[in-house]
Design a protein around this ligand. Structure first.
Ligand code: A2H
Length: 253
């Protein structure tokens, strides 16, 4: 953990259809008409146009926490405590938990991803999601995140092993940011560094650092309201727009 607080953007991915196991676990536990959101924490709000799925750790435990009347967030207990402390929920103090959910129960759930070219995306498993960072929910942008690209490639290759449908991991990867090297920087780096799976941690770390630097300092938006603007300039604008629209909120830790 660094010395300075990390300023995340937490997105609100509204649940449209629960996976059967999650529906069972929630039966009778939420008020009629409640909206539930998975809330991934991201450092790259400007890439949200390229979301193709949402990752959870299958072995992690999540809670369904009451944010305000008729609105619930699916995050780790740790994140919910931080959120309550930061005034994100209407009541401060101990967050009110409606239910527990195992990450594995969420796989296959359909959520609405704000800004994405693919408005309906699936919740999919990623073993490397840390319980100790962010909200334990990670939105997947395979065009710009090497980790995400390596994971969706793995999921499509071994769909049966992961207990998912192959199509869920095969949504089109649309160019979001142009850099001097590529307009699909993450797939480019994964191939260049010969990354074969999400287990290639060392090369993935290198790819992640290269992608982050090049994307931030040399990237130009190819899509959206800030098309043609530098990433550095567009990033806070996209973040503000998401927050203004009620589709995201500031979260730090
Ligand atoms: B980023 P930092 Cl396009 N476990 O969002 C593992 N990874 C997590 C996580 C957790 N519990 N919580 C958040 N993250 C990911 C977008 C993105 C991200 C792009 C490119 C790079 C990138 C789409 N995924 O991150 O350790 C989230 O993925 C590379 C730094 O706090 C979040 O931003 O610096 C980032 O890691 C936060 O990592």
């Amino acid at each position: 953990e660094g010395v300075l607080p990390q300023e995340y953007t937490a997105l609100k991915l509204k649940v449209l259809e629960w996976a059967p196991a999650a529906a069972d676990a929630l039966r009778g536990k939420l008020p009629e008409g409640a909206s539930v959101y998975l809330c991934p924490a991201t450092l790259r709000p400007e890439t949200m146009y390229g979301q193709t799925c949402c990752f959870v750790g299958p072995s992690l435990t999540y809670g369904v926490f009451r944010a305000r009347e008729n609105e619930y967030f699916v995050v780790t207990e740790r994140a919910a405590r931080n959120m309550a402390y930061q005034g994100i929920f209407d009541k401060d103090g101990v967050p009110e938990k409606a239910a527990d959910l195992q990450g594995s129960d969420l796989i296959g759930t359909v959520v609405h991803a704000p800004l994405s070219f693919h408005p309906r995306v699936r919740v999919l498993p990623m073993d490397t999601v840390l319980a100790t960072k962010g909200t334990g929910v990670v939105t997947s942008v395979p065009s710009d995140s090497p980790d995400d690209y390596a994971m969706v490639t793995e999921l499509a290759k071994k769909a049966d092993f992961y207990g998912i449908q192959k199509e869920w991991a095969e949504l089109d990867i649309i160019p979001i940011i142009q850099t001097p090297t590529s307009d699909l920087l993450a797939p480019y780096l994964v191939k260049k560094l010969k990354i074969a799976s999400p287990k290639d941690a060392k090369q993935l770390l290198e790819a992640k650092e290269l992608a982050y630097k090049e994307g931030f300092y040399q990237g130009v938006m190819k899509v959206g309201d800030f098309k043609g603007e530098k990433v550095e300039v567009a990033k806070p604008k996209v973040r503000e727009q998401l927050i203004q629209n009620g589709e995201a909120f500031a979260y730090s830790e």
